[in-house]
Ligand binder design. Structure first.
Ligand code: PLP
Length: 417
């Protein structure tokens, strides 16, 4: 068991210890991680860290003590709502991450629905590709969840989802894009379904919320997914992904401030008076909030557009490289920068094993067996070496048992992170 050191360490020794600890981690900057890092530039990373450090000891729980946190949160919410076609009635909060944003949207939807009708067996419906955060929300909030298999295009299957709607369904969800496939669900059609059955539609744009608007602005078509779609009541959008801010920041946004209110917890029955919290946290560090505010102001829309131009060009280099390898195919038609490759000719997991041997961190998909690359600018210098090794990995996989994926999948050896 680790014990407190008897005596405190000197700063020099501590720094060394911390550096030693860091040595076991994969470094984003080396471009060998296909996810977990979202890099824009050294300057962006520096301002993100500097602002986070400056405000790390403030507490957004207490806006009277720290009005700076409140102001920055309001600005970040408002700027993002503007990007996502919100209106003057729209509102939202900064949370610790996509999971918290999703849990809060389900809570708000459940409580808002309960305010107008009885839910005997409250349930939500999501596509099979939706993030597990919805299941976590269902467990915590004691509601049922149905995962409906995606359609042949790997996006949500509207009629299959409609078939399981019942009078206790209060929320349906879509992803923009989904994590396993990188594809944006049919949000417009789901919006129609939501309106027809009077159900709340949540769009999980944790990956795409701060990316898709800029992809569209630089001239690429992107499926509709935001508050411009009738029926969308809430959107989760991570700041710590393609917002390029320090980790620990996401947004939960509502079309209507009245819906947002149902997210809050209110409590009075204790000696310290009224205790109101908008999110799941009590104490909320101002660090991630300040980081988001600083990066957004540092880059401006111009800056995000410039990054996105380079990002989409880089993505096209990956797509071109994948296209040259006849044994693999890109799953669906990704509109953004999350790319999943699959194969019906060689074992994907044998390929992944060989890539690991060649010192690449692998992000896997279990069904269908896939290897994923979430392209960001840190990969600019690594796309060439990646493609070389991927070709070698295919050559290796050709020598392996092609039933390997089936065996690996059923032996539960697939760790998707
Ligand atoms: C689509 C999607 N939704 C939700 C989440 C959960 O976000 P977090 O890990 O920040 O809680 C993720 C994380 O990768 C995601 O990709």
């Amino acid at each position: 068991m680790t014990q407190f050191p008897q005596h405190g360490m000197s700063v020099e020794i501590l720094r060394q210890e911390l550096l030693d600890l860091q040595r076991s981690d994969w470094r984003h900057s080396e471009g060998r991680l296909p996810l977990h890092g979202y890099f824009a530039s050294e300057a962006v990373s520096n301002i993100a860290s500097e602002a986070a450090a400056m405000f790390s000891n403030t507490n957004a729980l207490a806006p009277n003590a720290f009005p700076s946190c409140k102001k920055m949160e309001q600005d970040v919410v408002s700027m993002t709502l503007h990007l996502l076609n919100g209106n003057t009635e729209s509102s939202g909060s900064i949370t610790s991450g996509g999971t918290e944003s999703i849990i809060l949207s389900v809570k708000a939807a459940r409580d808002k629905t309960r305010a107008s009708r009885t839910l005997r067996r409250p349930n939500i419906i999501v596509p099979s590709s939706a993030h597990p955060a919805f299941d976590k929300a269902a467990q915590l909030l004691d509601i049922a969840i149905t995962r409906v298999p995606v359609g042949a295009d790997w996006r949500c299957d509207i009629s299959a989802m409609e078939r399981v709607v019942d009078s206790d369904t209060f929320l349906i969800a879509a992803s923009a894009p989904s994590l396993p496939y990188g594809l944006i669900d049919h949000v417009a059609e789901l919006g129609e379904l939501a309106i027809k059955h009077d159900i709340w539609l949540h769009v999980d744009a944790c990956i795409g919320g701060l990316l898709a608007p800029f992809v569209r602005q630089i001239g690429h078509p992107v499926s509709d997914f935001d508050f411009g779609v009738a029926g969308v009541r809430s959107i989760s959008t991570d700041l710590h992904k393609f917002g390029y801010t320090a980790k620990g920041a996401s947004l939960i946004l509502y079309r209507d401030i009245e819906d947002h209110r149902f997210q809050y917890s209110h409590f009075r029955n204790w000696p310290k008076g009224e205790y109101v919290t908008p999110t799941l946290a009590g104490t909320r560090s101002g660090g991630p909030i300040a980081s988001a505010w600083a990066v957004m102001h540092f880059l401006g829309e111009d800056g995000y557009r410039e990054i996105t131009k380079r990002l989409m060009a880089l993505r096209d280099r990956y797509l071109a490289g994948f296209e040259e390898i006849k044994e693999i195919a890109v799953l669906g038609h990704p509109e953004l920068t999350v790319l999943t490759i699959v194969s019906d000719k060689v074992s994907i997991f044998s390929m992944a094993d060989e890539m690991r041997r060649r010192n690449w961190y692998m992000s896997l998909v279990a069904e269908p067996a896939g290897i994923q690359q979430t392209v960001n600018l840190v990969h600019e210098s690594m796309v060439g070496p990646y493609m070389e090794d991927l070709n070698a990995a295919v050559a290796f996989a050709r020598t392996q048992d092609s039933d390997e994926d089936f065996h690996l999948l059923h032996a539960s050896r697939v760790v998707t992170y």
